[in-house]
Design a protein. Structure first.
Length: 230
């Protein structure tokens, strides 16, 4: 019963977030200004755009990483592939669904304390691992990332072009791709993609790029990001 009530509560949060985001294009994260330049710290930018970043801020504080986003953590500039609040809510729901599946389909005992009801129920080390895998310790703009691709043959991934960037956690392979438009080659959207290095990892498209702050750049990941598979 507790897990069912938990789902109702989080579903209400999810519905509210979806309604608040409904004025933007699907999977598009609103950067806040037309030119994407914010004369403030990255943390202050998050504070001024709570619709997308309120749960992200809680996760950052829970992981003990807030100084990095304030420009006080020993890094003058960072680039953050930002995981939005909606993705964090989905992460909580996915975790709880896995526990329900263990009980309902495999007959395993699951303690109620294993369920997550809020962001701070996620283990701090899990939050830190997720965030560190998404932080580059330098300023990196979309235009600096080469074109490339990543293809999968069976269980093997082939990476070409692009660039490998070290993070505070595991290295990422990142690349760009130009869409065609109106029959003109590379006249469409300039896409940015990321994936953890290694076989079997999913490719994720960045929804909004080049959100600039005084101490770094945010490249906001889409609402469809599945942290349970990242």
């Amino acid at each position: 019963m507790a897990s069912k009530l938990n789902y109702i509560t989080i579903d209400l949060i999810l519905l509210t977030t979806l309604c608040m985001c409904s004025c933007t294009k699907y999977n598009y994260v609103d950067g806040g200004t037309a030119n994407g330049i914010h004369n403030c710290s990255m943390w202050e930018y998050f504070e001024s755009h709570l619709t997308d970043w309120d749960s992200t801020m809680i996760m950052i504080e829970h992981a003990g990483l807030k100084p990095i986003f304030e420009g006080k953590g020993g890094y003058d500039q960072i680039s953050f592939f930002g995981v939005t609040s909606l993705s964090i809510v989905h992460f909580i729901l996915d975790h709880n669904q896995e526990l329900d599946d263990l009980k309902d389909y495999y007959g395993e005992e699951v303690d109620e304390s294993e369920y997550w009801h809020r962001v701070t129920d996620i283990p701090a080390e899990t939050c830190a691992r997720i965030l560190k895998d998404l932080i580059i310790t330098k300023r990196l703009m979309l235009e600096e990332v080469p074109e490339g691709y990543r293809t999968q043959e069976g269980l093997t991934n082939e990476e070409s072009g692009g660039m490998v960037v070290p993070t505070l956690g595991r290295s990422l392979f990142i690349w760009t791709y130009w869409e065609d438009y109106g029959g003109v080659e590379k006249a469409g959207a300039h896409q940015l993609w990321i994936a953890k290095q290694g076989n079997g990892n999913t490719d994720w498209r960045v929804a909004s790029t080049n959100i600039q702050t005084n101490n770094g750049v945010v490249h906001a990941l889409g609402y469809d990001l599945q942290l349970i598979n990242f």
